[in-house]
Structures are given as C-alpha cells and as structure tokens.
Design a protein around this ligand. Structure first.
Ligand code: NAI
Ligand code: 2YC
Ligand code: MG
Length: 259
C-alpha cells in the first residue's frame, strides 16, 4: 500500500504552483481550467470539511493540513474538524460542510452532501493526469506510453483510449498488462523493443520505471507516481517537462467530478 509521508507533502503550495506552470506552458490551460473542461463543472464556493482518519497506519502528518492548503489554492473554503473519524464526520456535517474529504489507508473519498455525488482519488487521479498528457502541445501524434496499469494507471489508460489516443501500455505484472490489452484494446509495449514517445503517463510506486530509450527530447511526462519515475539526470538530459505532484492535482480532479 503506497502511503504518502510528510516529506512528500513539504511546501505543497509551491509544488502545486510549479505543476500549474508546467501544465499552463504545455497545454495553454491551468489545472483548474482543465478540470472545468473535463467534467463540465464549476466551483460555486462550496465549503469543504476535512476529516482526519485514525484507522490503520493512522494520521499522516500534514495530510489534512495539505488538503486544506489545496482546497484554498483552488479558491474554495475549507476546514479541518477538531475531532477524528465518526466524531469528526459528525462535526463536519454539523458545521454545514457541502463536501467531505477523508481517507483511510485504502480509500480517499470526496462526498458532495448536497447532490450525493462521490469520488475516489485513484480513478480521479489517473483521469486528470491522463487528461493533462492528452492536452500537451507534444501530443499531436496522439501516441502515448502508459507505464503502470493499476488502480490509477488503468482508468488513465481507459480515458486516453476514449480520447482516441494510440495507447501503448506496460506493467511489470503480466496479468494486469493482459487485462488492460483485452479490456481496453491498448497495445502492449515491450521494453525489449522500445520506441520513442513525445508524451508519457506513469502511475507506479517505483523509481526508474521509464526507460531512457522511450524519451523524446522535450517530452512531457505526466505522473502521480511516488517516487518520481525519472532520475534528475534523465529529466535534465532530455529537458523533460514534468507534471508530478503528490496530492493536489488528484484532489482537485475529485472535487470537480462531484460539483
Ligand atoms: P497500484 O499498485 O494499483 O498500481 C501500480 C502498478 O505499477 C502495479 O500494477 C505494478 O505492477 C506496476 N509497476 C510497478 N513497478 C513497475 C515497473 N517498474 N514497470 C511497470 N509497471 C510497474 O498503485 P496505484 O494505486 O495505481 O498508485 C500508483 C502510484 O500513484 C503510487 O505511487 C501511489 O502512491 C501514487 N498516487 C499518487 C497520487 C497523487 O495525487 N500524486 C494519488 C494516488 C496515488
Ligand atoms: O491523516 C489521515 O487522515 C490519514 N488517514 C490519511 C491516509 C491517506 C493514505 N493514502 C495515501 O497516502 C495515498 C495518497 C497518494 C492519496 C491517496 N492515497
Ligand atoms: Mg496529485
């Protein structure tokens, strides 16, 4: 289970602003604008209640505080409940939250109490990082490599197929690769027979998962994966435009999917 650490969340506002700038430079849109277009929704100053959850591995230092910073970065009002778990949930409802955000070790959800809509962080993260990749100025050929076809990668690959991309997929787990090939009709990529891609979407919990042989000079790599799939050396050598952020982009995708 790939859990965030407080170290991943340091200077979350700065990490978000850097990602926003890379996205704006490559797509012409800010992250917020991409979410509005993707879901056809707009924020309407919803009040977001953030409930710390103590189950399993327990509270992750600065996780709730990072969610509050993220909610505010995207112009919404938010608060963290004093209490945790069920008592915290009750506190959020009593305080008139429009939306509740909470996460245990397996599920990070958003629930809109006004319209009943719910969102899961894993598909919402895959879809938004795939959407960003699909809008990159480098994506003209509509060929894209997806590395990692799990709970985040598979929905992202599915979204890219729906947008008419030629999706080459790879996963160490042969069963997951086969499942994506048969269900999504994507093309199996083999590292033994590499080709170059102008845009890559990666969603694995491992470093060094994107082989140098697939990197085009100035390519865009859109990856929620932690740690980063590319070494500093390769990022520099190929002048890679990197969209990588630990929590905020996936969170704003959840929020816009339930407005
Ligand atoms: P998962 O375990 O469901 O899927 C990961 C997939 O990567 C697995 O199928 C695994 O076989 C594959 N994989 C591992 N090493 C590989 C390699 N060297 N080459 C190819 N495939 C490889 O995990 P999930 O839930 O999809 O999360 C993926 C990553 O995204 C994790 O690091 C997680 O922490 C991160 N994440 C980040 C978020 C963000 O907002 N930045 C939000 C949610 C998850
Ligand atoms: O502080 C708390 O409330 C904790 N219960 C939060 C646990 C979050 C566990 N999930 C994760 O670390 C990953 C993140 C990448 C985002 C989604 N899952
Ligand atoms: Mg993110």
């Amino acid at each position: 289970m790939a859990l965030l650490t407080p170290a991943d969340l340091i200077e979350i506002n700065r990490q978000l602003a850097i990602s926003d700038e890379v996205v704006r430079k490559s797509t012409g849109f800010e992250i917020k604008g991409i979410c509005e277009a993707l879901y056809g929704t707009k924020a309407n100053s919803e009040k977001v209640g953030i409930v710390p959850i103590t189950s399993g591995n327990g509270i992750i230092g600065s996780f709730s505080e990072s969610l509050l910073a993220i909610v505010r970065y995207f112009g919404l009002e938010g608060f963290i409940t004093e209490k945790t778990d069920v008592s915290g949930y009750y506190e959020a409802l009593s305080a008139g939250a429009d939306i509740v955000l909470m996460a245990d070790d397996y599920t990070y959800l958003a629930h809109n109490l006004k319209n009943g809509k719910i969102a899961n962080n894993q598909p919402c993260t895959g879809i938004i990082y795939a959407e960003i990749a699909s809008r990159a100025k480098q994506a003209g050929s509509k060929e894209i490599l997806v590395v990692g076809l799990g709970k985040v990668g598979f929905p992202g690959a599915e979204h890219l197929k729906k947008k008419g991309f030629s999706v080459y997929g790879y996963d160490l787990d042969k069963t997951l690769l086969q499942r994506a090939v048969s269900k999504l009709r994507i093309l199996p990529f083999s590292p033994e027979n590499p080709k170059k891609f102008p845009v890559i979407f990666e969603a694995t919990p491992c470093p060094n998962t994107i082989p140098e042989a697939v990197l085009e000079q100035g390519c865009l790599v859109s990856t929620p994966g932690i740690p980063c799939a590319l070494s500093e050396n390769l990022l520099e050598k190929y002048a890679v435009e990197l969209v990588a952020e630990p929590l905020g982009i996936g969170t704003v995708s959840m929020l816009y999917s339930i407005f």
